[in-house]
Design a protein around this ligand. Structure first.
Ligand code: PGA
Length: 251
């Protein structure tokens, strides 16, 4: 079986202004340029730093841009929202949708997330659909069912061709920002169940996220259904993020 290309996405959350973003890119680009060409790399700065990131990355760069969310609507009276077409102006290639912090703090529902996934695909931006269970759900033995339900709710209306264009990110909520990363076999179990949920998912990248660090990234990459990482804290510093990616793909 040919291995799917690895993909690593740095989710900066509400960190870094434009100046800090420029300085990250200046340090990170030379490091990223030394990584194998088949490895996909993206950073997701806050909206206000996208222009600075796009300018510093230059066109055709080794590093792609991602957004952390977007509106499900194409334009209009939605104060504070950002449309897919506005992201496209900065050559944004990916958008993280359904992150557990947005599900929790912004009360994003599965229906809203599904509408955002469709809007991203319509705009030719690749959605990175984040799913994952709470500790309560895991302890009740319902992690797989919970994640599959989230995926079904957000992608059930997609055609096979559309579903084959998404990226999935499994991020158990209890592992995010806690330093308690998920056991790789448990992550693989979920990734396998997600991939098997639909034929269209056979070749999509499935990422793991939740305290992925340079020290543990390689272990996930040995799992047959995990193709990379959605990385929060360890993506904020250029050397740490480059070291994580280099270590993950080394074996
Ligand atoms: P973390 O965050 O790597 O800091 O745990 C991952 C994420 O929330 O995407």
């Amino acid at each position: 079986m040919t291995r799917r290309s690895p993909l690593f996405v740095g989710n900066w959350k509400m960190n870094k202004n434009a100046l800090q973003t420029r300085s990250f890119v200046e340090s990170f680009l030379p490091l990223a340029e030394n990584l194998p060409a088949n490895v996909g790399i993206a950073i997701a700065p806050p909206f206000t730093a996208l222009a600075a990131a796009a300018a510093a990355l230059r066109s055709g760069s080794r590093v792609a841009l991602a957004a952390q969310t977007m509106s499900e609507f194409s334009e209009g009276a939605y104060t504070g929202e950002i449309a897919a077409s506005m992201l496209a102006e900065f050559n944004v290639a990916y958008v993280i949708l359904g992150h557990s912090e947005r599900r929790f703090y912004q009360r994003e529902s599965d229906a809203t997330i599904g509408a955002k996934v469709r809007a991203a695909l319509d705009a030719e931006i690749t959605p990175i659909l984040a799913v994952g269970e709470s500790l309560e759900v895991r302890e009740a033995g319902n992690a797989v069912a919970h994640v599959l339900a989230q995926i079904q709710a957000a992608t059930g209306e997609l055609t096979e061709a559309q579903a084959a264009r998404i990226v999935l990110a499994y991020e158990p909520i209890w592992a995010i920002g806690t330093g308690k990363n998920c056991d790789r076999d448990r992550a693989q179990e979920i990734a396998r169940a997600a991939r098997s949920a639909r034929r269209a998912f056979a070749d999509i990248p499935i990422l793991y996220g939740g305290s992925m660090k340079p020290e543990n990234a390689a272990g996930y990459m040995e799992m047959p259904d995990i193709d990379g990482g959605l990385v929060g804290g360890a993506s904020l510093e250029a050397h740490s993020f480059a070291r994580l990616i280099a270590g993950a793909i080394a074996r």
